[in-house]
Design a protein around this ligand. Structure first.
Ligand code: AMP
Length: 536
């Protein structure tokens, strides 16, 4: 049989030929910037010419520092065609981490959004390894340090589509994304062409996201987060319409975009969807085109699932990680039964998508039964899973016998449904027994006075650790610690009840929009043990 290599040029050819007339739209304040897949792929090939002129060689890294938009998409598609590696840098990383990842990657060229040039201007002296800077986007002013840098459109205008693309082996790295570093320094994951193509095909499967030619796909997940969850490549392969949100990710802007472009599949972390409550309540936007929302990256509260269900919109609840590029599992609502029955599967993270394998192991690495109750560390491997970190001796202990130790604590049931109990680092160990911070958060989120909540472990003289809740109230709410405890009492074992609640205006977030429990632990853990702090 043919051994046609699994490279992104296969994906691009299909986007150009089969999806050629389908639109690719970038949101702009005054409307949308519209192109077709035929134009995007032609421009990606012109970009290849420009990169070659800049002296980019196969195997070198070309970094990006920008939001999701056309030019950024063309980089995701074009850079790997040359055998070079596109490296989308997380624009929300701490400046020291930006310097660290760019130095580790030895980025030869950096493409930066005009609006983000002030951020890099401060770091430029520490990024001496970068040979060329190119400015993307037109609408914002460019920081003086980048005033002389060429503009993306100037580079492209001078080029014809590159015709003689090099032959690229399917195992060649195509893209490099870093983990968000919730537990330490960000680690790089290099995706091969093969893994990106298989991941893109995986997303087209019916029991996965079922991305199809008839879809209008909106990746709100930034490209620096596992290539926008691989959706640009899946949409290109399927010939689906693609909508790119630019920098505006607030609920109002997203709702307007869904309405205007008739989006059918939107993808983002729970933070984005949790913030949708007022928009849903006001009902000003017509969201009926939305056939499903892909949500993962952090626990998805049942309350959010229910709010959308009341408007006829269902979730695909996915578990994944940067190391998987990121797709791992998928839960979907049942099609029949009472509303609660239909939504029940979404309280889990669902079954592994075809191509990915899971197992839960005990402390000695022995596999535990798939019984829905045996709790252990989740391990994974699959067709698009990393087998090591980029340049990383660090993190080697995460890979064992071809399996990746995820750092997630979980159960698997007889039907294969995964339930994430916690992160290993976030579990509360009280009197030698585990308390799931995720489960407590889910119950607390069901209280109408709670807008957001994080439960953390706080040191305790007697019990070792006890749970403490950090709560953001709904704007009009005065809910108290005692009321929250009464709300929890019928729902969890009495020894799970938090010892205290801190009421705060907002929760700290990591660079990928997840609640940063590291910061919360630093802030609140030293105060304990002590009497419960009820207000703060
Ligand atoms: P990242 O590499 O930044 O995408 O983070 C991956 C981690 O996010 C996983 O190891 C989980 O701890 C967490 N995560 C991802 N999806 C979910 C989910 N659906 N529910 C709970 N936690 C999740």
């Amino acid at each position: 049989m043919s051994e046609l290599p699994l490279t992104l040029s296969l994906v691009l050819r299909r986007a150009a030929r089969i999806g050629g007339a389908r639109p690719v739209v970038t949101a702009r304040p005054e409307g949308g910037e519209r192109r077709t897949w035929a134009q995007v792929t032609e421009r990606a090939l012109r970009l290849c010419g420009a990169l070659r002129r800049l002296g980019v060689r196969p195997g070198e890294r070309v970094a990006t520092f920008g939001w999701n938009h056309h030019q950024h998409l063309e980089l995701l598609l074009g850079v790997p065609l040359l055998g070079a590696i596109v490296h989308p840098i997380n624009v929300r990383l701490h400046p020291d981490d930006v310097v660290h990842v760019s130095r580790e990657a030895e980025d030869a060229v950096v493409f930066v959004d005009a609006s983000l040039t002030p951020v890099l201007a401060e770091l430029r002296s520490r990024l001496g390894h970068v040979r060329h800077w190119v400015v993307m986007g037109e609408e914002a002013e460019v920081a003086p340090a980048f005033a002389g840098a060429p503009r993306y459109e100037e580079l492209l205008a001078a080029e014809a589509p590159l015709e003689n693309l090099p032959e690229v082996d399917e195992r060649t790295p195509a893209s490099l994304c870093y983990t968000s570093g919730t537990t330490g320094r960000p680690q790089g994951v290099e995706y091969s062409h093969r893994s990106l193509v298989l991941h893109a095909m995986g997303a087209l499967m019916v029991d996965s996201m079922a991305v199809s030619e008839r879809d209008v796909v909106l990746p709100l997940a930034p490209f620096f987060h596992a290539n926008g969850w691989g959706l640009p490549y899946s949409a290109a392969f399927a010939g689906a319409a693609l909508v790119l949100p630019g920098p505006r990710l607030d609920a109002g802007s997203v709702a307007r975009l869904i309405e205007r472009e008739r989006v059918t599949l939107a993808a983002a972390v729970p933070t984005v969807w949790n913030a949708f409550e007022p928009v849903l309540r006001e009902g000003k936007h017509e969201l009926s085109s939305l056939r499903r929302i892909l949500c993962g990256g952090a626990p998805l509260p049942m309350r959010t699932i229910q709010r959308f269900a009341e408007h006829g919109i269902s979730f695909l609840h996915a578990w994944g990680m940067t190391e998987l590029g990121p797709s791992g599992t998928m839960a979907r609502a049942r099609e029949e039964g009472f509303p609660e029955e239909r939504l029940a599967p979404l309280a889990t993270q669902g079954a592994a998508v075809p191509g990915i394998e899971l197992r839960v192991v005990d402390g000695a690495g022995r596999e535990l039964p798939w019984d829905g109750t045996s709790v252990g560390e989740l391990e994974t491997r699959g067709l698009w899973g990393a087998s090591r970190y980029f340049r990383g001796a660090a993190g080697e202990e995460r890979f064992r016998d071809g399996w990746l130790r995820t750092g997630d604590v979980a159960t698997l049931d007889a039907h294969g449904a995964l339930r994430i109990v916690d992160r290993t680092k976030d579990l509360v160990k009280s009197g030698g027994e585990w308390i799931s911070s995720v489960e407590l958060e889910n119950h607390l989120m069901a209280h109408p006075g709670v807008k957001e909540v994080a439960v953390i472990a706080v040191a305790h003289e007697h019990w070792g650790e006890r749970p403490v809740a950090v709560v953001v109230r709904q704007p009009e709410s005065r809910v108290s610690f005692e009321e929250l405890v009464e709300h929890l009492r019928p729902r969890v074992a009495s020894w799970w009840l938090p010892d205290a609640a801190h009421f705060v205006a907002e929760l700290p977030r990591t660079a990928t929009g997840k609640v940063d429990k590291k910061v919360l632990r630093r802030e609140y853990a030293p105060r304990a043990p002590g009497p419960p702090i009820r207000e703060g």
